[in-house]
Design a protein around this ligand. Sequence first.
Ligand code: GLP
Length: 241
Amino acid sequence: MKIISAPDYQSMSRKAANIISAQVILFPHSVLGLATGSTPLGVYSQLAEWYKKGDIDFSKVHTVNLDEYCGLAPDHEQSYRYYMNTNFFQHVNIPLENTNVPNGLAKDIEAECKRYDHVINSLGGIDLQLLGIGHTGHIGFNEPDSDFDKTTHSVRLTQKTIDANSRFFEKPEDVPHYAITMGIKAIMQAKKILLIANGESKADILYRSLFGPITPEVPASILQLHNDLTVVADEAALKMI
Ligand code: GLP
């Protein structure tokens, strides 16, 4: 595991964006696993800025996102499809048909999970997976206690996650209670993993994930077993390390 410390959020974002841009420049056909949440916003805007300057070409890249809320339409402002379109895809030259986010409106959730696994497999797996981390140690929406070896599946979100994500919704009761998430298995099969974290509120869970026991109660702890994990975090998030 490689840990890169950054003085602040902006620097964390730039260092992480550097790793992604190196991947895309060296391997233009890369499959990028992408994440949502507030942490990667700076990474996406940095990549968009470099794209505008002509430094990166995303035209051959494919992307698979980690997760989506059940019940939210792609044009719902809080859906992860909307987030990806407005924060990243619309600002670079990636063809929209190369981008994948689980369908939160799927009637048959099980079939949608199978379809999503098929998408990941038919792309040949993920070359570089970007991850944030939730306060419960979740990656994607793999909440504590879920099996380590799951493929794409639907999850009931923990109250802690619902509370944390309610800041994005008008009313707390608007936060969906279920989501579809890529499983730990596909995440761990990614060739490279880039975990980003910022702020003091992530310090404890980051420490437990990277140096605590490997247990499904802290889903991110499985990352200790990945052979190409890079963590880029600001000093506040690294304060216990
Ligand atoms: C959500 C996402 C995760 C993300 C987490 C942390 O629950 N499903 O992929 O890592 O939030 O979010 P934030 O970056 O806003 O702290």
